[in-house]
Design a protein around this ligand. Structure first.
Ligand code: ADP
Ligand SMILES: Cc1cn([C@H]2C[C@H](O)[C@@H](COP(=O)(O)O)O2)c(=O)[nH]c1=O
Ligand code: ZN
Length: 277
């Protein structure tokens, strides 16, 4: 009889909404297969905003959180070239989590202000409210401890722009029991590793590499070709500056870009020598 009661109270606990208190050991977010009542109804925009609003109403702030228990979270990494659907996949995942009653928050880098700083926007226009930050370490403070504690799922877009990605993911998943979903470029236009995205692969539960369509032949595109002569690694832009390409067209593109650079250099030196005459 006692064991039936114990089982009943365990099941009741599993079915109840999870409220996360600072200092308490974190209840693990319930697996999708278990029945549980959504904590919040509504769209992903609503869910993201409700966390943002909770934080703003308190004016943010808050000290460093204490290390809590042994509860571990999850890290899921989505990589690929530009236009591969990384942001779309991230929003879908975060939306699904919100639909399952989890409290979600979305972060993007404030370096990309093309569509404003208050939302993440995919290349085909899907939007979700977000926090635009220069560094992930400020998330705690911006949100405030109480609101941070209530967040179950943290989505990070444009992860390549965050220097403290590794440290943040470790703390959020290992220490604070969060589900962290990270989307970003694994490589830059030179196909060199971009920021710290690849550094979190050893921390990850799952890694998904998406592909786009080569803009020149329609085959699968694994790389991003930069169409301008700009050489700095970080250069915000969309289809005006970049295109997704297959291996063959990446190689061809590099040859074209190199030839263009030589012609431009020649032109410049001709102009200079004319000016000196
Ligand atoms: N060359 C392109 N230019 C503009 N939009 C594109 C191009 N290729 C694909 N898209 C659109 O972009 C969508 C993916 O957008 P998004 O999720 O923001 O990609 P990512 O975050 O990987 O850059 C695709 O579903 C498609 O509709
Ligand atoms: C390849 C490459 C890209 N960037 C920039 C360009 C965009 O602003 C973002 C990528 O956005 P997306 O969501 O993946 O489409 O990164 C860059 O700064 N440097 C590069 O080499
Ligand atoms: Zn191609």
């Amino acid at each position: 009889m006692r064991s039936i009661c114990a089982m009943r109270s365990l099941l009741a606990a599993a079915a109840a909404p999870t409220f996360i208190r600072a200092g308490a050991s974190l209840p693990r977010p319930l697996p999708f297969s278990l029945p549980f009542r959504p904590r919040r109804a509504g769209t992903m925009l609503g869910a993201a905003r409700s966390v943002a609003a909770a934080a703003q109403s308190r004016g943010g702030g808050g000290a460093e959180m204490e290390v809590r228990g042994t509860q571990s979270g999850e890290i899921h990494v989505i990589v690929g070239p530009m236009f591969a659907g990384k942001t779309t996949a991230l929003l879908r995942r975060v939306q699904a989590e919100a639909g399952n009653g989890r409290s979600v928050a979305l972060i993007k880098s404030d370096k990309d202000s093309r569509y404003g700083l208050d939302s993440v926007v995919t290349h085909d226009g899907t939007k979700m409210a977000c926090w635009a930050l220069s560094e992930l370490s400020s998330f705690h403070e911006k949100l405030g401890i109480e609101a941070y504690d209530k967040v179950d799922v943290i989505g990070i877009d444009e992860a390549q722009f965050f220097e403290d990605l590794h440290d943040f993911c470790c703390k959020a998943a290992d220490r604070d029991g969060k589900i962290v979903v990270v989307a970003g470029l694994d490589g830059d236009y030179k196909r060199k590793k971009f920021g710290s995205v690849l550094d979190i692969v050893p921390l990850a539960d799952s890694v998904t590499k998406l592909t786009a369509r080569c803009e020149l032949c329609g085959r699968r595109a694994f790389f991003t070709l930069r169409k301008t002569q700009e050489t700095k690694t970080e250069l915000i832009g969309g289809a005006d500056v970049y295109m997704p390409v297959c291996r063959q067209h990446y190689m061809d593109g590099q040859v074209v870009m190199e030839a263009t650079r030589i012609v431009l250099d020649l032109d410049r030196s001709t102009v200079r020598s004319h000016a000196l005459k």
